[in-house]
Write a protein of this length. Structure first.
Length: 51
């Protein structure tokens, strides 16, 4: 429960600080930041399109 409260508090503050941005963009950004902080990142290689 405390993590949910923390999440909604962060989301609400981000929305108040950035009213011009869509809420979904802010949610996706917070999710990506949490993933990066948890070490769930990989290096991007320019020019590779998965083939």
């Amino acid at each position: 429960m405390p993590k949910q409260i923390e999440y909604w508090t962060r989301l609400g503050k981000a929305v108040e600080d950035n009213p011009e941005l869509p809420i979904q963009f802010i949610k996706d950004t917070l999710l990506a930041a949490a993933g990066a902080n948890a070490g769930q990142i990989s290096e991007y290689k320019f020019g590779s399109c998965g083939s």
